[in-house]
Design a protein around this ligand. Sequence first.
Ligand SMILES: Cc1cc2nc3c(=O)[nH]c(=O)nc-3n(C[C@H](O)[C@H](O)[C@H](O)COP(=O)(O)OP(=O)(O)OC[C@H]3O[C@@H](n4cnc5c(N)ncnc54)[C@H](O)[C@@H]3O)c2cc1C
Length: 233
Amino acid sequence: MKYDTIIVGAGSAGCVLACRLSEDPKHSLLLVEAGPDYPDEALLPPEIRNGCRPAFTHDWGYRSEPGALGRTIALSRARLVGGCSATNGAMALRGAPQDYDEWAAGGNPGWAFADVLPFFRRLENDADFADRWHGRDGPLPIRRDPPHALLPEHRAFLQACTAAGFPAVADHNAPTAIGAGVLPLPRLKPPVANMISSGSSSVSSTSIRSAHGFFYPSARARSLLVASLTLTP
Ligand SMILES: Cc1cc2nc3c(=O)[nH]c(=O)nc-3n(C[C@H](O)[C@H](O)[C@H](O)COP(=O)(O)OP(=O)(O)OC[C@H]3O[C@@H](n4cnc5c(N)ncnc54)[C@H](O)[C@@H]3O)c2cc1C
């Protein structure tokens, strides 16, 4: 069989690409993934649903080279449809503007912060901020835990940061944000008070990940997905 496009890896980027490219009914597409596919969020194994730590049951098992003390560390890389977006912390945190500007200055046109900002805006539906830095119409819902939803240890941490002289930051995606504050997270609904922490809130079924947030059922039907390939190492 022949395809217009073959995407190897149905990870964070692969799912989005498959979803967008398959919108053209004349464009044939093969999406290949080495790991398993859980087409319904309800089918996700508990360790994938629990986003507090990398899910090593669905991981390539890479380790670093030994460091100066001879130790290696796990370099987690997910192996399933959704890729690392299925196992990561799901923070919707942009990079620092000066980093993008450095990339552009280093010979990568189109990567300056002013160039990428319109794409961040197109991606986002920010429930907390509506200004020139944030999008309101995109497919990715973004929220920050309100003060009443923070756990006591979070409040204590933020108070300690303030006492140590770090400015309070209401929005870590603002270009000037330096200091301490709650993280922006991709979530459909506001959190339930004291039920979920900033870190673990991404595990709730209301969070958005590539496989389920972008690789909609309609896109699955459009793309020919081949999962669970047997690969030789
Ligand atoms: C533990 C962890 C926490 C993170 N937390 C955050 C966070 O909170 N917020 C954030 O924005 N980013 C976070 N990241 C980073 C983010 O998840 C990655 O940068 C992003 O997912 C990379 O996307 P990708 O499409 O390049 O690769 P991946 O999402 O890794 O997708 C690659 C896919 O290709 C498949 N594949 C690889 N080789 C083959 C092959 N030969 N044949 C077939 N399939 C293959 C893999 O199985 C995988 O599914 C985190 C990353 C990790 C590991």
